[in-house]
Every structure is written in structure tokens, then in C-alpha cells.
Design a binder for this molecule. Structure first.
Ligand SMILES: NC(=O)c1ccc[n+]([C@@H]2O[C@H](COP(=O)([O-])OP(=O)(O)OC[C@H]3O[C@@H](n4cnc5c(N)ncnc54)[C@H](OP(=O)(O)O)[C@@H]3O)[C@@H](O)[C@H]2O)c1
Length: 267
């Protein structure tokens, strides 16, 4: 049976790819998509938005028009997602969150929504990236205690948060595996006289340029050798198809708070 999905923020860069992915996915039925009240894309054809020609389904400015959907997929903004969670809780709808940049407090708010609805928080829905998280865990266990660990990420010029949600998650996976508190050991950029690097730290470096879809590398560097684990996304469709996989998985899940590692059976 197909899972009925609605896409929140369907006029965005990810939203347009999500429409295309939903229409291509054999286990998904697209019910509709939301845009802001003031959006130039209000009452706009979803297929036109995705660049694949009219399909006769229009965007909606009211979530109440999307009640036929079982799973909502949200790639909007922090403020909008936090409002959408409340709506999903009060209407008993499952929610896949792709939006990034939440504070620890906001993540706790999302976690507690898992008491009422099935919710996935997935700062990166690519299958390759989530496999990379597993590789980081294995690598940290093997050599993390004696190597210098640095995380590099690059994204397009329009990205609003830094470091990326994926880079932070990479740091979190490594810190958790090594028993370190990321809030204490993270170093976000360096400038001036920084003194020698302390072994415990996990460094983050960010590039914002052009149309880079998303690149992430973790360095595990010793004297004489270094291991680099890299993921490069070349199309947003990889995130969109991963989000469909998450939506399908979530449609069969109990109420609770999940991530992509649950979806992919990597736990
Ligand atoms: N999880 C992943 O794998 C992944 C991958 C890529 C990006 N992301 C994250 O996904 C989010 C969106 O990224 P993006 O590149 O697609 O950004 P974007 O192009 O700015 O898209 C966001 C969309 O959300 C819409 N929106 C905001 N508030 C809304 C509301 N109240 N109702 C309806 N629509 C609303 C915006 O509409 P307006 O244009 O009218 O404001 C815009 O179309 C970011 O947090 C980004 O970091 C996650």
C-alpha cells in the first residue's frame, strides 16, 4: 500500500526535489504541498514547481487542506518546523523533519513530540551520509583516541546555518563514541595565535560558495598518516529520495523519536 505524503515548504530548493521524488517513488502517493500565505507560489501547480510540467495538483497555504496525508515531510525553517510539529501533534500526523540548525533545547522539544506522534529528525537524509556516520563510529573506536579529529564541510552560498547539521552530527557521533562532551571539545574556526592543538578538541571548518550541494570530510590525523572519510552530494535528489524512504518507514512506526539510523537499520 502507498503511503500518503504532504510536503511542507514545497517551493524551496529541497521542496521542489521532494515533489519530484514523491512522484517517482513507487510506495508514495503525493497528497499536496504547503507554501506561505504570501508566497508567489500559492495555488501553483506542484508539477510546474518541480519542473516536470503540470500535474493538476495545487500548492496549499493551509495545512488543514492536507489532512489526507499520513506523513508530513518538512524542509522549511526552524521557526516554521517548530510550529508544524505542534500542528502534527494536534492532528496525530507522522512527521519527517529535514530542516537543520536546531538548538539543543529545540531538539529536546522535537524529542518530546515523539510521545504523541512518530517523528524523525534527519539533518541529512542521504543514505551515503548515514552510512558515513556508522563508519565514523567504527573509525573513532579504532583510532579516535590518538588522532587529531577535524571536520570540514562545504555548501552553496544560500545556506543559512553553519556548521551544517550534518557536520554537527558527525562531531556528535565521534564525541559520543569517544565519551567526550561536544559542547566542551568543539572548536568552530580558528584565527590568530591559537597555540598548539589539544588532542581532545574536534575542529570544524566551513566553506560557503556557489552551488555546492554538500561536501563533508572527517580527518583522523596522526604523525605520518591520516585517514579521511568523505561524502560528496552532487544532487539534492539524494536527500529527497532518502526522505521518501524515511516517510515510508515512519508510516509503519509507533509513536517515538527516530533518526535515519533507525530507518536504515544501522543501529
Ligand atoms: N535533511 C537533509 O538532508 C537536508 C538537505 C538539504 C537541506 N536541508 C535543510 O532543509 C531546510 C530547507 O532547505 P532549502 O535549501 O530547501 O531552503 P529554501 O530553498 O529556503 O526552502 C525553504 C522553503 O520553506 C518555505 N517555508 C518557510 N516557511 C514556510 C511556511 N510557514 N509555510 C510554507 N512554506 C514555508 C520557504 O518559503 P519562502 O521562500 O516563501 O520563504 C521555502 O520555499 C534547511 O534547513 C536546510 O538546511 C536538509
Amino acid at each position: 500500500m502507498k503511503v500518503k505524503v504532504a510536503i511542507l515548504g514545497c517551493s524551496g530548493r529541497m521542496g521542489r526535489n521532494l515533489i519530484q521524488a514523491a512522484l517517482e517513488h513507487e510506495s508514495v502517493e503525493l497528497i499536496g504541498g504547503s507554501v506561505r500565505d504570501s508566497s508567489p507560489f500559492a495555488n501553483f501547480d506542484l508539477g510546474e514547481l518541480a519542473g516536470i510540467g503540470a500535474i493538476g495538483q495545487k500548492t496549499s497555504t493551509e495545512l488543514d487542506n492536507l489532512l489526507d496525508a499520513d506523513v508530513f515531510i518538512d524542509f522549511t525553517s526552524i521557526e516554521t518546523t517548530l510550529e508544524n510539529i505542534k500542528w502534527c501533534q494536534s492532528h496525530n500526523k507522522a512527521l519527517v523533519i529535514g530542516t537543520t540548525g536546531f538548538s539543543d533545547e529545540q531538539v529536546n522539544e522535537i524529542k518530546s513530540a515523539g510521545r504523541d506522534i512518530p517523528v524523525i529528525l534527519a539533518p541529512n537524509t542521504s543514505v551515503g551520509v548515514n552510512l558515513m556516520f556508522k563508519l565514523l563510529e567504527i573509525t573513532s573506536k579504532a583510532i579516535g583516541d590518538y588522532t587529531d579529529i577535524e571536520i570540514f564541510e562545504a555548501h552553496h552560498r544560500f545556506k543559512k546555518d553553519a556548521p551544517s547539521g550534518t557536520a554537527v552530527k558527525m562531531g556528535q557521533v565521534i564525541a559520543d563514541t569517544l565519551g567526550r562532551d561536544l559542547n566542551k571539545v568543539a572548536v568552530y574556526g580558528r584565527e590568530g595565535i591559537t597555540e598548539e592543538r589539544s588532542r581532545e578538541t574536534i575542529g570544524f571548518a566551513t566553506v560557503r560558495a556557489g552551488d555546492i550541494v554538500g561536501e563533508h570530510t572527517a580527518y583522523f590525523a596522526d604523525l605520518g598518516e591520516r585517514l579521511e572519510i568523505t561524502h560528496k552530494a552532487s544532487s539534492r535528489m539524494t536527500f529527497a529520495l532518502g526522505a521518501m524512504r524515511a516517510a515510508f518507514w515512519l508510516s509503519e512506526a509507533d509513536n517515538g523519536y527516530y533518526d535515519m539510523q533507525d530507518v536504515l537499520g544501522l543501529k
